[in-house]
Design a protein around this ligand. Structure first.
Ligand SMILES: O=C[C@H](O)COP(=O)(O)O
Length: 275
């Protein structure tokens, strides 16, 4: 097991130097066959990305988070892809905070790392609501993910529609909890996902997202970190959104609107500033 945390990139303090990031979680939507075919299509699009534009993987990070069952085979698909498609990061939708032991049905972060997982999503609103995840359990898991050499992608977001200041306050409680648990130099991705915007017809308003992200980014807890801290937006995100949020968010975390490989690729190109 790795005991240090390899950076996806060197830490950077300014929006201009924080490398953008875009990815998708397939949640529990896909069959194993559809996951394999989705990944294969994306890798083909990335491997054959038209010149003279630089390949998106030259300038941004791209991640795919399949279900636990298909994760190892997706990692193999990615590592067998022609460069630069083999740089796609494979992620997990959750993990346990212990590395091994009598935890029937749970998934060890050490095993995730062993099979090629690079990034672990934690504290998604569905896991908080349906599986009893709390800020404390998410923080413990984030610590374990970092100890296993992976990057925690921690979902944070307010539960109800409301004003920006209240939303930022609710989000900051979640952010503080996780940042207090991981080393200050560890790389962290915060996915700002207002709970009410997940599974909706449209994303949260641009002004709201930018305002909340600005407050989180400007907080001492985030601003004062040494480790790279990127903030992406999720919640009914899709093609056409990133340009409207650019400058405030470092990328997007997609769900349903990336289920078609072409739609995901279109968003990838927009985040990479190519589309
Ligand atoms: O994991 C992704 C987010 O929960 C967003 O999902 P959604 O775009 O389907 O609302």
């Amino acid at each position: 097991m790795a005991t240090h945390q390899p950076k996806l990139e060197a830490p950077a303090a300014t929006p201009a130097t924080r490398r953008r990031l875009v990815g998708v979680s397939t949640k529990m939507y896909f069959s194993a066959a559809r996951t394999a075919s989705f990944v294969s299509s994306i890798l083909t699009l990335l491997a054959t990305s038209p010149s003279p534009s630089p390949n998106p993987l030259e300038t941004i990070d791209i991640f795919i988070i399949p279900d636990h069952i298909t994760l190892a085979s997706v990692a193999r698909q990615v590592s067998a892809a022609p460069s630069p498609a083999d740089r796609v990061l494979v992620g997990a939708q959750d993990c346990h905070s212990a590395l091994s032991g009598a935890f029937t049905g749970a998934v060890s972060p050490a095993v995730l790392a062993e099979v090629g997982c690079r990034i672990v999503e934690l504290g998604h609103a569905e896991r908080r609501r349906l599986f009893g995840e709390t800020d404390a359990s998410v923080a413990e898991k984030a610590k374990a993910v970092v100890a296993c050499g992976m990057v925690p992608l921690v979902c944070v977001g307010e539960r109800e529609v409301g004003v920006m200041g209240d939303a930022a306050e609710e989000v900051m409680v979640q952010v503080r909890s996780v940042l207090a648990a991981v080393p200050g130099d560890a790389e962290v991705v915060l996915a700002y996902e207002p709970v009410w915007a997940i599974g909706a017809a449209a994303p949260a308003g641009v002004e709201h997202v930018c305002g909340v992200v600005r407050m989180v980014r400007g907080s001492d807890e985030v601003n004062g970190r040494i480790g790279l801290t990127r903030i992406v937006y999720g919640g009914s995100a899709g093609p056409g959104l990133f340009r409207r949020l650019a400058g405030e968010v470092d990328g997007l975390f997609l769900g349903r609107f990336a289920h078609e490989p072409e739609g995901f690729y279109k968003t990838i190109c927009e985040v990479a500033d190519m589309g």
